[in-house]
Design a protein around this ligand. Structure first.
Ligand code: NAD
Ligand code: FES
Length: 285
């Protein structure tokens, strides 16, 4: 169980793995996530599902190697197995529960940022399969960090690539690209933003300005993923909510991003120390 069937590096630090997990693949829906442990002593790492195939019995995960635990995941090879993969966790994207009439009236735009682009793919694929128009904006610091462009390009109506340094596509961030599209006359009923917390904060501010409802997927700290530990708590609409069981997607207009960013950064010193002690199995770090 949870055997790695294939692995490819999308960038020098972002790794994609297809994992044997028939029960998870049969139950997964867009927007949900998994909690992965590389080995018995491994930290529990929440990862949004980047693809699933019920017939094949596989789920796809994309991990950015930034700390000791994510580096350990990225060093695993096909044939090895994870100690456990729990899920699917969290709620599916809200469009999964829309009635046919409401769904048919939607014109979606996604803003994907960096490694947050991977979980956008199953959502766009689902909407495309249901005949709903979807435009996607993918932003990365530079062209070599753009990921999932072919996969998403094959299931969306229009794909807009942006780089902060102007090395490919629109020169600027995804929110600036959205403003330019709306200024050209594009109309959207809903924006879904997935990426770094700061990007989601600014995507929501842009959507407010443009009058577009905004959904965000919150990648908070998580421990148990079942609503028991409180690690993932966020303030939404003035109330404490648990991202693992009440999210991970929320109405972006209601999220207290400044508090969420403070909480996300609270274990940075411990993470840096653990990374320092990490001994790389394959001589990279
Ligand atoms: P990054 O810092 O390289 O940023 C990626 C892109 O986000 C930028 O190129 C830009 O287009 C956009 N962006 C950044 N700041 C912005 C701003 N102020 N306004 C508008 N756009 C902005 O990101 P990365 O290193 O690829 O990603 C790492 C982060 O993504 C981590 O914090 C990780 O936790 C998060 N992440 C989130 C999810 C999720 O579900 N929300 C999933 C995976 C990763
Ligand atoms: Fe523990 Fe959500 S991760 S309550």
């Amino acid at each position: 169980m949870y055997r790695i069937l294939s692995k490819d590096m999308l960038t020098p630090t972002i790794c994609r793995m297809k994992v044997e997990a028939p029960r998870l693949a049969a139950a997964a829906k867009p927007g949900q996530f998994l909690i992965v442990r590389a080995d018995e002593k491994g930290e529990r790492i929440p990862l949004t599902i980047s693809d699933y195939d019920a017939e094949e019995g596989t789920v796809t995960i994309v991990t950015q190697g930034i700390g000791a635990s994510t580096l350990a995941i990225n060093e695993m090879e096909p044939g090895e197995s994870f100690a456990d993969v729990a899920g699917p966790l969290g709620n599916p994207s809200d469009f999964c529960d829309m009635d046919a009439q409401e769904l048919a009236s939607q014109r979606y735009v996604f803003i994907a940022g960096g490694v947050g682009t991977a979980p956008v793919y199953p959502q766009v694929k689902w909407l495309h399969a249901h005949g709903i128009p979807v435009d996607v904006i993918i932003g990365a610091r530079t062209k070599d960090l753009l990921i999932y462009t072919e996969e998403i390009g094959s299931v969306c109506d229009n794909l807009y690539l942006c780089t902060d340094d102007g090395s490919l596509g629109f020169h600027g961030v995804g929110t600036a690209q959205l403003e330019a599209l709306v200024a050209e006359g594009k109309q959207y009923t809903r924006c879904v933003a997935i990426g770094p917390m700061i990007m989601m904060k600014f995507a929501v501010l842009t959507c407010k300005k443009l009058g577009i409802p905004a959904i965000v997927s919150l990648n908070t700290l998580m421990v148990d993923g079942t609503g028991m530990c409180g690690a993932c708590r966020v303030t939404v609409g003035g109330k404490t909510r648990f991202a693992c069981v009440e999210g991970p997607e929320f109405d972006g207009y209601e999220v207290d991003f400044d508090e969420a960013m403070r909480r996300q950064a609270q274990y940075k010193p411990e993470e840096a120390e653990a990374k320092e002690k990490h001994v790389c199995k394959i001589g990279r770090g």
